[in-house]
Design a protein around this ligand. Structure first.
Ligand SMILES: [Zn+2]
Length: 262
């Protein structure tokens, strides 16, 4: 089966332009996983007719509500509606387990009397490479609200494609290694212009695009200014994410002189 990435949410924390919080569904021959799971993610999964029980793992890039604030809804759905029995793995930066447990307790109380499935947590340090559910995953340090959180970008080296996602970040040279040789790189680009210590803008990212050496640069976590500037930004191997966008990936020449798609 070819690797597929479906954008379940392409918007920023504010649901700008009526888009869902940034969230991605990655499917390969081994199964399905999500990267980030904000408040709109469960609705988006069901709107795309994806059964929550098909999700093997949820990777959280960082501990902000627009990226993890729907996990408790996934868990309560698993308990009472989808009646999950398969194990679920949640991966994230150090502290993800305690943050999610507190979040769940605030929302629904501590008891989970109907939970019939095993819930596993894997906490990752930046720089770590792990074999997770049969996939080679490397966590990269991103630049977002440091040092209180440990934001991570993830690189998935799958049998048929290499996919990386930045989560939220300002520019950091770690992006170069994260994106290097990927078939698809999903990158924060929240605003069209300006500089921020938390997020990338197209103005900040555009001069660096050739350094990333990815076949397809998909800009996401989009604010309203990015939607308005879309026609001036999209072209070549650069495009903007959209809720419901589904990309089929296959491994190919990973780099060229320019790093662009052939
Ligand atoms: Zn965000």
């Amino acid at each position: 089966m070819p690797v597929e990435l479906t954008v379940l949410g392409s918007g920023d924390a504010f649901n700008s332009a009526g888009r869902g919080n940034a969230c991605y569904l990655l499917r390969d021959a081994l199964g399905a996983l999500c990267v980030d799971f904000g408040p709109t993610a469960l609705m988006q999964l069901k709107a795309r007719r994806v059964a929550p029980n098909d999700i093997d793992a949820i990777f959280i890039t960082h501990l902000h509500g627009d990226h993890f604030g729907g996990v408790h809804l996934f868990l309560i759905d698993a308990e009472y509606s989808s009646r999950r029995e398969r194990p679920l793995t949640i991966c994230g930066p150090i502290g993800v387990r305690s943050r999610l447990e507190r979040w769940h307790e605030l929302a629904f109380g501590k008891a989970s009397p109907n939970r019939r499935f095993q819930l596993n947590f894997i906490e990752l340090d930046a720089g770590q490479t792990r074999e997770i559910l049969g996939r080679r995953v490397t966590a990269f340090p991103m630049a977002h609200m440091q040092p209180t959180d440990s934001p991570l970008g993830y690189r998935f080296e799958l049998d048929d494609a290499c996919v990386a996602l930045s989560g939220d970040t300002a520019w950091t040279d770690a992006l170069i290694e994260l994106a290097q040789g990927t078939d698809l790189f999903v990158c924060d680009c929240t605003e069209a212009s300006g500089t921020s210590p938390q997020h990338l803008s197209w103005e900040a990212l555009a001069p660096k695009v050739d350094l990333l050496r990815t076949r397809h640069l998909l800009l996401s976590h989009l604010g309203a200014s990015m939607r308005q500037a879309a026609t001036t930004i999209e072209g070549g191997h650069v495009s903007l994410a959209e809720d419901g966008l589904c990309l089929t990936l296959s491994a190919g020449p990973r780099t060229t002189d320019t790093g662009h798609a052939i």
